[in-house]
Design a protein around this ligand. Structure first.
Ligand code: NAD
Length: 524
């Protein structure tokens, strides 16, 4: 029994997850890998197409590296053009055939059955995820897998509730004829879901769960750094009874496999989660490939503003909650912190004590509460963020170095910036790097918060709820939290404003992005 087990999402559970970052665990050392995980890792990996795991030995392989040890643990055959073609065709056939013939109630049942199987195989999925992403095992279980299950069940519930409307029409009637009108919400077709490495299952579920609930079929492309766990989820989908071809997985790098999927004429929609530069290119490619539907969930440089009344100890807890979950590799995490000038020295003195109490350890060590970065590219990027901040004269309050040569470890880091123009205040790090700036009045704080080309999330922290509610509409972000950060729920739409994206996932809003609205008018 692990101490992060949760079965439903509610704020209390979320608090437990976040306390994970500083909580003292009584557990010791590494867990043992399940025999099922060892067997899975020993297999040859590639794609999951039309209900079958395939691995064409003629195609190039991508090495999968364990971020906790830097060791190559397996390799995955990259999808060839023929694999992409077959995956899209099988999704298209399923869309026109078996999935089209499956009632909404049955679609919901099948998604729930997949959620049941993910629950039954939770430990296996969590271990595979931790091995290739460096995610601490407690987070893999209680966040990656349990939240994926909760999201799947949420989408399953919507399958029977996708509706059009009837309209009162006002067309002129010359000879007594009448008109009635209604709208149909129809599935778009084959959805290509392109996924980053930070939550390889949960973000894929946001894409294929929405798609399948609406009657679409899906081809998922995981990140080349985390290609494994979705392959196992796709097998469970078949075991759940989801027909072959409804959910396919193709692996490979972004330069070849991603563009091939976007350009394929049978793909009707692209849903992409990743960085702003890649997402911008994906959006352009989707338009050029025939004005495809596209949703983009991109990066940010999310601000957190602590009002003058907010106590120092709670501010420090808030910073830990907002900045360091999963080593900061959370798109919603805050990276820019604005603290009133009268409080900044006290906060800068108290924060290092909390950061130094974090136990850095490998992803399968249940006693660790701060793991490695997810891959070498990201590790090197974060080291270059540190050097740039040093060059620009940032005052390192804590961290700023690699932590352990055994894996891609860095220390949780806090930097007092010189000005809002410092690179560390403007560019997304996507790592455990919180940067701070003092402000003098609340107008200045709001100005700083909005002074960014991004707008994914933000938080304001104060005991004055009336002040908070006046600020919320003025903050330029898709999600604004008050006295909390990083909490997501399937019922709350999620997405960015400005350069952080287009469209919303979760909540009822997803239906609009996976269905086409058809107007029907009848004369009688
Ligand atoms: P990335 O943009 O490098 O890659 C994302 C995916 O796109 C990968 O699967 C990659 O192979 C693929 N890809 C790369 N080039 C492509 C191309 N030309 N055409 C099609 N696909 C291509 O992002 P990453 O490094 O994997 O993830 C980190 C980024 O993701 C951060 O910026 C983070 O903020 C963002 N993110 C956003 C959200 C959100 O919901 N808004 C969630 C998680 C991560």
């Amino acid at each position: 029994m692990d101490h992060f087990a949760i079965s439903t999402i509610h704020p209390g559970n979320w608090q437990r997850l976040l306390r994970f970052q500083t909580g003292v665990s009584k557990k010791m050392a590494n867990i043992s890998l399940l025999p099922a995980v060892q067997a899975f890792m020993a297999r040859r990996h590639g794609q999951f197409i039309d209900g079958n795991a395939t691995a064409d030995s003629a195609t190039a392989t991508i090495e999968v590296v364990n971020p906790s040890s830097k060791e190559v643990i397996t390799a995955v055959h990259q999808a060839s053009d023929a694999d992409v073609e077959q995956a899209v065709k099988s999704a298209h056939d399923a869309f026109k055939g078996t999935w089209h013939a499956t009632s909404p109630a049955r679609r919901g049942e099948l998604l729930n059955r997949l959620a049941d199987l993910m629950q039954e195989n939770r430990e296996e999925l969590a271990q595979i995820e931790s091995l290739c992403s460096g995610k601490l095992i407690g987070l893999s279980r209680a966040f990656e897998i349990d939240y994926s299950i909760a999201f799947l069940r949420y989408y399953a519930g919507w399958a029977t509730k996708i509706q059009g409307r009837t309209m009162s029409l006002s067309l002129p009637s010359a000879q007594g004829e009448q008109y009635t009108g209604f709208t149909l919400r129809q599935p778009l077709g084959v959805v290509a879901g392109i996924v980053p490495w930070n939550f390889s299952v949960m973000i894929a579920v946001w894409k294929f769960g929405s798609a399948l609930a609406c009657g679409c079929t899906a081809v998922i492309k995981p990140s080349e750094f985390t290609p494994l766990t979705m392959l196992r989820v796709a097998e469970l989908a078949i075991e759940a009874g989801i027909p072959a071809g409804v959910l396919n997985v193709v692996n490979g790098n972004g330069r070849t496999v991603g563009p091939a999927l976007i350009a394929h004429p049978m793909v009707s929609k692209v849903t992409f989660t990743g960085s702003v530069p890649t997402g911008t290119g994906v959006g352009v490619a989707a338009m050029q490939a025939g004005l495809k539907h596209v949703t983009l969930e991109l990066g940010g440089k999310n601000p957190a503003g602590f009002l003058r009344d907010f106590p120092v100890d709670k501010t420090v807890d808030g910073i830990i909650e907002a900045a360091y979950l999963h080593q900061g590799e959370v798109c919603a995490s805050a990276e820019r912190f604005y603290i009133h000038r009268s409080r900044i020295d006290d906060v800068m003195e108290a924060l290092p004590k909390k950061l130094s109490a974090m136990r850095i350890g490998n992803a399968l060590d249940e006693s660790a509460n701060f793991g490695p970065l997810a891959n070498r590219t990201h590790f090197e990027k974060i080291l270059s963020v540190f050097s740039k901040a040093k060059q620009e004269g940032g005052d390192f309050i804590y961290g700023g170095t690699a932590a352990d040569e055994a894996g891609f470890f860095v220390k949780p880091t806090a930097v007092l910036a010189h000005s809002q123009a410092d690179t560390i205040m403007t560019e997304e790090t996507f790592g455990p790097v919180a940067s701070f700036l003092a402000y003098d009045d609340h107008e200045e704080m709001l100005q700083y918060m909005n002074d960014s080309r991004f707008g994914l999330t933000a938080s304001v922290w104060t005991n004055d709820l009336s002040h908070a509610l006046r600020l919320v509409p003025q903050v330029e972000a898709g999600t604004v939290w008050v006295n909390m950060h990083n909490y997501i729920d399937p019922a709350m739409p999620f997405g960015g404003v400005k350069s952080s994206g287009i469209g919303r996932e979760f909540g009822e809003a997803f239906i609009e992005h996976f269905t086409e609205l058809k107007s029907v008018i009848i004369r009688y």
